[in-house]
Design a protein around this ligand. Structure first.
Ligand SMILES: [Zn+2]
Length: 155
C-alpha cells in the first residue's frame, strides 16, 4: 500500500500545490509525533485527506500546531528541488523499505529546502509560497486503528 502511494498514485489531475503540501504534511507529522509518512492519502484540488498511525489522539493544541507549522513552512518559501539517486546513494533520511523491490536504478528524489526529502515522481510547485495557504478542515481519530486523519484544503 505504501509503495503504491509513493510511486503510483499520481494521476493526471494532480494539483501541484496540494501535492507539495502533502510532502510538507508528511514531514511535519513525522517531526511532531514521531510517526511514519501517511499510510493512506487522497490529495486533490478541492479537498484532501491523509491518514497517519499515531500512538494517541492529538490534542486540540497539537492539531493547531500542525496548521501553524504548515503555514510557517509556506511563508518560508522553501525551494523544491529534484535529484536523481540510486539505491546506493540514497540519503539516510529516505526509508529504503518503502521503495518497491522493482524500483529501477534511478530514483527521483524531491527535496523541500532542508526540511524534507522523499522519492516522488509527481508534480510540485517550485517553492512553498506557491502552495498558498494550508487550511485544516477537520480531523478524525479512530481509537481502534490508532489512525489520525487530517482533512485539509489549499486556498
Ligand atoms: Zn511529490
Amino acid at each position: 500500500m505504501d509503495e503504491d502511494f509513493i510511486f503510483n498514485e499520481h494521476h493526471k489531475d494532480e494539483f501541484p500545490p496540494a501535492h507539495t503540501a502533502e510532502h510538507l504534511l508528511n514531514q511535519t507529522m513525522m517531526r511532531l509525533f514521531g510517526c511514519s509518512r501517511s499510510y493512506n492519502a487522497h490529495v486533490e484540488r478541492k479537498k484532501s485527506k491523509m491518514s497517519f498511525h499515531l500512538d494517541q489522539k492529538p490534542s486540540r493544541q497539537q492539531e493547531k500546531e500542525i496548521e501553524r507549522r504548515m503555514n510557517e513552512l509556506i511563508d518560508e518559501d522553501l525551494p523544491v528541488t529534484f535529484e536523481i539517486a540510486t539505491r546506493d546513494t540514497l540519503p539516510p533520511e529516505v526509508d529504503q523499505d518503502r521503495l518497491p523491490s522493482d524500483t529501477s536504478d534511478a530514483i527521483r528524489l524531491v527535496r523541500i529546502g532542508d526540511y524534507d526529502v522523499c522519492p516522488c515522481i509527481g508534480k510540485h510547485v517550485r517553492s512553498t509560497s506557491q502552495i498558498g495557504r494550508f487550511e485544516m478542515l477537520g480531523t478524525n481519530w479512530d481509537e481502534i486503528e490508532k489512525s489520525f486523519r487530517v482533512r485539509f484544503k489549499i486556498v
